[in-house]
Design a protein around this ligand. Structure first.
Ligand SMILES: Cc1cc2nc3c(=O)[nH]c(=O)nc-3n(C[C@H](O)[C@H](O)[C@H](O)COP(=O)(O)OP(=O)(O)OC[C@H]3O[C@@H](n4cnc5c(N)ncnc54)[C@H](O)[C@@H]3O)c2cc1C
Length: 412
């Protein structure tokens, strides 16, 4: 089979790229070893994090570091065995988390975040997926004055970028979400973010729309990617596919393909877990709620109330250790009347991440015809569609919607 472009990986990022290329008249084969949107793009908290100009940074205070080291912070966990291999990456992450660099991060990411909702809308409408999204923002709860004070520190920059964060009373928070129990002392409503009741379903809807436009979705192993002449080929269940150009959008698995091609990039994963719960009685939630000091998010989803955990530093393929889920479940039961677990076992996924917290979007250095869209860390569901647009514009020679330079792989 010959096509213009092979896109490897049918998560939200690869699917959005395939759709944007198809819209620009390219013939595209989207390759995945399973169905679209069944990995990380399925298991996230469903937030379109329009307002997340502050990244999930490496702790800079000694107290915060000691809390993580001693396992006192339910938002973080680590495997001792993974740490030696992560030292250079962690050091770079720590450096990128310095206050001055956070401001650079915000300036850069805002260019993508500002388009995140609009670009989802532009794909969701024709994909018939609008009903999978909701407005209503994101409610953050604080159990201590120090936690709330930290959050307040984010307001001035947020305001500068036109974002709306409003501190509200416990009563006001309870009026918004009547099923919550008043175990918190402060709350902030960020009203710009949207969220989804079914992030995997969103990706599938975009993939169906891509197929309805003539795009091909085939099962195949991206690790078979190889050069053929001036282009690329990959082996799939439907035979070999050849194209002048290929895109790697393999989320946490990107280096499985890029490593053997000789690309050296500082790539790591931040693992996370989720579990669905039935709500007790008539209890309900209308938007995602972050319990900041509790270290988890609860989001109403089609499968029940989904509790997602913070970060676990471990090897991507090491066995699951859902200790954070066990801890946060107990804390969350105090906040919201969670009923029985609705999944047979905890889901685990990996946020693909570079230490400077920015994704790589653009050409693969030294590999003609190969493009990268990887490392979207905590924001991949948010940024999939805008990344799809930006990369498709770069690949087709259109004026890019934003300067792609900060996202170039050559920055490493
Ligand atoms: C617990 C948790 C909560 C999160 N919450 C949010 C949130 O609220 N908002 C947000 O914006 N982001 C969130 N994220 C991050 C977000 O989910 C990811 O950044 C995003 O899904 C990455 O998308 P992707 O398309 O790059 O990767 P993926 O969705 O993982 O897609 C990669 C695809 O590659 C395929 N693949 C892998 N290896 C091969 C191979 N050898 N051959 C063929 N195919 C292969 C996989 O099957 C998969 O379909 C969260 C992540 C986690 C873990």
């Amino acid at each position: 089979m010959k096509t213009d472009t092979i896109v490897l990986g049918a998560g939200i990022v690869g699917t959005s790229i395939a759709l944007h290329l198809a819209r620009r008249g390219r013939s595209v084969v989207l390759v995945d070893r399973r169905g679209p949107g069944e990995e990380t793009s399925f298991g996230n908290a469903g937030l379109i994090e329009r307002a997340s100009i502050y990244p999930v940074a490496f702790p800079r205070s000694l107290t915060a570091l000691v809390d993580v080291a001693l396992g006192r912070n339910p938002a973080a966990n680590y495997h001792w065995s993974a740490l030696p291999g992560l030292v250079p990456w962690m050091y770079a992450y720590w450096r990128a988390s310095a206050p001055a660099r956070i401001l650079d991060y915000a300036r850069t990411m805002e260019k993508l975040l500002a388009r995140s909702i609009e670009e989802h809308d532009r794909l969701a409408g024709p994909s018939g997926a609008t009903g999978l999204f909701r407005e209503g923002g994101w409610l953050k709860l604080y159990r201590s004055e120090a936690g709330l004070a930290n959050e307040r520190n984010e307001f001035p920059l947020a305001q500068r970028y036109g974002l709306t964060a409003r501190e509200i009373s416990v009563d006001e928070a309870l009026a918004m979400e009547p099923s919550l129990r008043p175990v918190f002392s402060g709350a902030v409503i960020w009203s710009d973010p949207h969220s989804s009741s079914n992030p995997g379903g969103v990706t599938k809807a975009y993939a169906d729309h891509f197929a309805s436009m003539g795009g091909r979705i085939v099962i195949g192993d991206a690790r078979t990617l190889a050069r053929v002449g001036a282009g690329w080929k990959v082996t799939t269940a439907e035979g070999e596919v050849e194209a002048a150009e290929a895109v790697v959008a393999l989320g946490p698995w990107a280096m499985d393909v890029l490593g053997p091609l000789g690309l050296r990039l500082p790539f790591a994963v931040k693992r996370g877990y989720h579990m669905h719960y039935r709500a007790e009685g008539n209890a309900a939630l209308s938007r995602p709620v972050l319990d900041e000091e509790g270290g988890y998010v609860i989001t109403p989803m089609v499968g029940g109330i989904r509790l997602t955990t913070g970060v676990e530093f471990a090897r991507r393929d090491a066995p699951k250790t859902p200790v954070q889920l066990a801890r946060t479940e107990t804390i969350a039961r105090g906040l919201f009347p969670l009923g029985e677990r609705a999944d047979p076992e905890p889901w685990m996924g990996s946020r693909p991440a570079f230490p400077d917290m920015l994704p790589v979007i653009g050409p693969a250095p030294g590999q003609k015809g190969l493009w990268l869209a990887i490392g979207h860390q905590h924001l991949g569901f948010t940024l999939g569609p805008v990344t799809g647009r930006l990369l498709a514009e770069m690949m087709t020679g259109e004026a890019p919607c934003t300067d792609p330079e900060p996202f170039a792989a050559t920055r490493f």
